[in-house]
Design a protein around this ligand. Structure first.
Ligand SMILES: Cc1cc2nc3c(=O)[nH]c(=O)nc-3n(C[C@H](O)[C@H](O)[C@H](O)COP(=O)(O)OP(=O)(O)OC[C@H]3O[C@@H](n4cnc5c(N)ncnc54)[C@H](O)[C@@H]3O)c2cc1C
Length: 309
């Protein structure tokens, strides 16, 4: 059986441009995009898909540069059918397609503190995979269980230990798709939790280019932890600080720019290509190395292939 002859529960699109599915609005076509109708549809698709066809699970594309030549894979994007959120006591179960912000708000309504998720614009699948975090809290702190569908189509639960969380990273079996996560947050007063989230949103708008097309922090903090937002936070090993020291705040390449508002945010000012963005990032890494001897590591995931000449 070939992919073109599969019967699917969901939508299979050939040659799907990914630029409108990523926050940075760049990226060439995926060979296929599959949007499963539900869990069974995803399991059946993975079982039936020839084993030599690579898959790439995608959240809402808020941490991705897809290169201009696109992705030689089937991109799997979960939507309705995978975005339920339920709360029982302090335990929140969320589908992988649920947005972090929705999860934080629903949890707060029920008096559960997952407020750190409110300002992260990704999905729960992306949060688990990237160990997303801010203000000193991480997905790893609250995750109790993640459920995946393996490349063979089986549903399997993974413990936090199996996910092996690190700063902005976790391990998933090759070809696995996260379908839901069980999180547990501390109790809090609903009104206070909502007020805290409003303050966090305001702080983001003041300090980050939240209205621009970006993918959040471009590079990991060399110190290996997120900004806490507190006055006593140490800045000498923050990516934005070493980028400033290298004189790269506001630097441009084609339509790509290191944001003048937050130097570790790379933005698409309008007509940037993935090559502009990645090229600018590499220039920043070089300059930072020359200035401070620090090798910055990309936090934005770069996938796919460049355009062929
Ligand atoms: C304005 C802005 C602010 C940001 N602030 C923060 C912040 O404070 N803290 C932070 O940690 N991040 C931040 N980010 C980055 C980003 O939002 C997070 O990394 C987020 O967790 C990515 O989720 P996503 O759904 O967009 O994943 P994507 O970008 O689509 O994918 C990221 C990775 O997750 C994998 N993935 C996604 N869904 C699944 C799935 N269902 N199964 C298996 N793998 C999957 C993808 O394969 C890929 O490897 C910010 C981004 C922006 C644009």
């Amino acid at each position: 059986m070939t992919i073109d002859t599969l019967t699917v529960r969901g939508k299979l699109t050939k040659q799907k441009n990914l630029n409108d599915l990523t926050w940075l609005r760049v990226g060439g076509p995926a060979d296929y995009l599959f949007q499963p109708a539900d869990l069974e549809g995803l399991q059946k698709f993975l079982r039936d898909l020839p084993t030599d066809v690579p898959i790439f699970p995608m959240g809402v594309g808020s941490n991705l540069i897809v290169r201009d030549g696109g992705l030689r894979a089937v991109v799997i994007r979960l939507g309705r059918g995978f975005n339920g959120i339920s709360v029982e006591g302090n335990t929140v179960t969320a589908g992988a397609a649920a947005l972090d912000a929705h999860v934080a708000r629903k949890a707060a309504d029920a008096g559960v503190d997952l407020t750190f998720l409110r300002t992260i614009p990704g999905s729960i699948g992306g949060a688990v995979r990237m160990n997303a975090g801010c203000y000193g809290s991480y997905t790893a702190d609250v995750l109790r269980k993640a459920t995946i569908v393996t490349r063979q189509g089986e549903v399997v639960d993974l413990s936090p230990e199996e996910l092996n969380f690190r700063y902005r990273q976790s391990d998933l079996p090759e070809g696995a798709v996260l379908v839901s996560a069980t999180l547990e947050g501390p109790s809090g007063d609903a009104e206070e939790l909502h007020a805290r989230m409003t303050a966090q949103l305001q702080k983001r708008d003041e300090t980050q280019p939240t209205k621009d097309r970006s993918a959040g922090s471009t590079f990991r903090n060399p110190a290996g932890f997120s900004s806490t937002g507190r006055a006593d936070d140490v800045h000498d090993l923050k990516a934005w600080k070493v980028i400033d020291d290298a004189g790269m705040r506001g630097a441009t390449k084609g339509g790509a720019q290191m944001s003048p508002k937050h130097s570790n945010f790379m933005i698409n000012t309008g007509e940037a290509t993935a090559a502009d963005l990645e090229g600018l990032g590499e220039e920043v890494r070089k300059k930072v190395y020359e200035t401070s001897g620090i090798t910055l590591e990309w936090e934005i995931m770069r996938v796919g292939e460049p355009l062929k000449e």
